[in-house]
Design a protein around this ligand. Structure first.
Ligand code: HSE
Length: 430
């Protein structure tokens, strides 16, 4: 890239791809000034080049042949925005082997094939940057890798899925219905092609894998940690926890170092309304990072959406151009942990919601079971009986080991007086 001109090829003219084109349309002059070189968007490849994406584009840039990008010797940086595992992986590897730097937002691919992608970039002396893969437009990976690099990291707590946060916010603040809000999130382009990735926590898990690798040096595949989404969260629990306990619910990705092990998990979490993360609403994301010297740092911004994500993609391109001599892509990072803590050994407070037959002695039976499993209770509330003579009970425990609570809940579940499903929601500690 020693010439005075840098050419970029884009693969994938979808939501974010169109955002990249729009940034070039509006800001190409300042992009070039910032790096001191003419920066061009030279080719845009997609199988569909006829659908109107709502952005102006010179038709000469468009191609249906991906090799027009991958094999063009004048293209220095390839942006991959098609998402999914294949053919995205093949295209990225080919671009790297052809000596091109690669920018991607493909968290699923990066979380699954981290080692191969990074190794191929390093072997081919090219950069592989993926700031947009975590937290949309929020700078997260570069701060972890550079500005905060003096620290040993202690913990990361992240609200990292815009769709899930949008749904939980609208359910909490406006009493909206889950399915209605999901539909709006899809229309606004926040949700994944398959929205179960958003709702069931997989998208958050993929982002957490990337953050945990950068912060703790440990690559933890998704099958090795606990992931629970928000589909079981109902309006009653949100309302009760808000009014009676002063809690807000968020889908959190948590990676925390305890002695020599790493706790890593994704689940809906209640937290005090005055926690910094509690005020992160709608499609916004925030990641709360604790470093040993810097202390807590919170990075906040739009975690999904066309323009915010495109902003991170183009930022990565400029960083590559600006730091031409920097050749190592995120690594090697030395692991700082010896083992991954089993979810059963993690410690939380719990919110337990269940329906019981409204008759004498039931509460006592339940509290005895909890006591026998070493669980101490912070509060217990019986709401007024339902028409079918069942009474909803809400129990909040003190901090306890997850496996103790799971064992106790299994026993409580076996009681004839307990009706329906018992709901367990973890509460964020200090
Ligand atoms: N579906 C993702 C979200 C998009 O809702 O956050 C950004 O990764």
């Amino acid at each position: 890239m020693d010439k005075n001109e840098v050419n970029i090829g884009l693969i994938g003219f979808g939501t974010i791809g169109a955002g990249v084109v729009e940034i070039f349309n509006k800001n190409q002059d300042i992009l070039s000034k910032k790096v001191g070189k003419q920066v061009n968007l030279k080719k845009v490849a997609d199988l569909d080049i006829t659908t109107d994406r709502g952005v102006k584009i010179d038709s000469k840039l468009l191609t249906t042949n991906v090799n027009d990008v991958l094999e063009d010797e004048d293209i220095d940086i390839v942006i991959e925005l098609i998402g999914g595992y294949e053919p995205a992986k093949t295209f990225i590897l080919k671009a790297m082997k052809n000596g091109k730097h690669v920018v991607s937002a493909n968290k699923a691919l990066i979380a699954k094939h981290w080692e191969e992608l990074i190794a191929t970039a390093n072997e081919n002396n090219v950069r592989f940057s993926f700031e947009a893969s975590v937290g949309g437009g929020i700078p997260l990976l570069q701060p972890l890798n550079e500005s905060l690099a003096a620290n040993r990291f202690e913990a990361i707590y992240g609200i990292m899925n815009g769709t899930a946060n949008y749904i939980l916010t609208k359910m909490s603040l406006e009493g909206s219905k889950f399915d209605d809000v999901l539909k709006i999130a899809q229309e606004k382009g926040y949700a994944e092609a398959d929205p179960t990735f958003d709702i069931e926590g997989h998208d958050t898990a993929q982002k957490l894998i990337i953050l945990a690798k950068l912060a703790f040096g440990e690559y933890v595949p998704q099958e090795n940690f606990y992931v629970e989404g928000i589909s079981q969260i109902n309006a009653e629990d949100i309302e009760f926890a808000s009014k009676e306990l002063n809690y807000v619910i968020k889908l959190l990705g948590i990676a925390k170092k305890t002695e020599d092990s790493l706790e890593i998990r994704v689940h809906p979490t209640f937290m005090e309304k005055n926690h910094l993360l509690a005020s992160v609403n709608d499609v916004f994301n925030a990641v709360y990072i604790v470093g040993d010297f810097v202390g807590p740092v919170m990075l906040y911004g739009q975690g999904a959406g066309r323009m915010a994500t495109a902003s991170a993609v183009v930022g990565d391109c400029l960083d590559i151009i600006f730091n031409e001599s920097k050749r190592i892509s995120y690594g090697p990072v030395i692991s700082q942990v010896n083992k991954i803590k089993d979810i059963g050994d993690t410690i939380s407070k719990f919110y337990i919601s269940l329906n019981v037959l409204d008759k004498p002695g039931v509460l006592q039976t339940i509290t005895k079971i909890l006591d026998k499993n070493g669980i101490s209770i912070e509060s217990i509330t019986q709401k007024s009986s339902l028409e079918n003579e069942e009474a909803p009970i809400i129990i909040v425990s003190h901090e306890t080991k997850e496996k103790n609570i799971q064992e106790a809940i299994a026993k409580v579940n076996d009681l004839d007086e307990v009706k329906g499903e018992i709901k367990l929601i973890r509460i964020l500690g200090d």
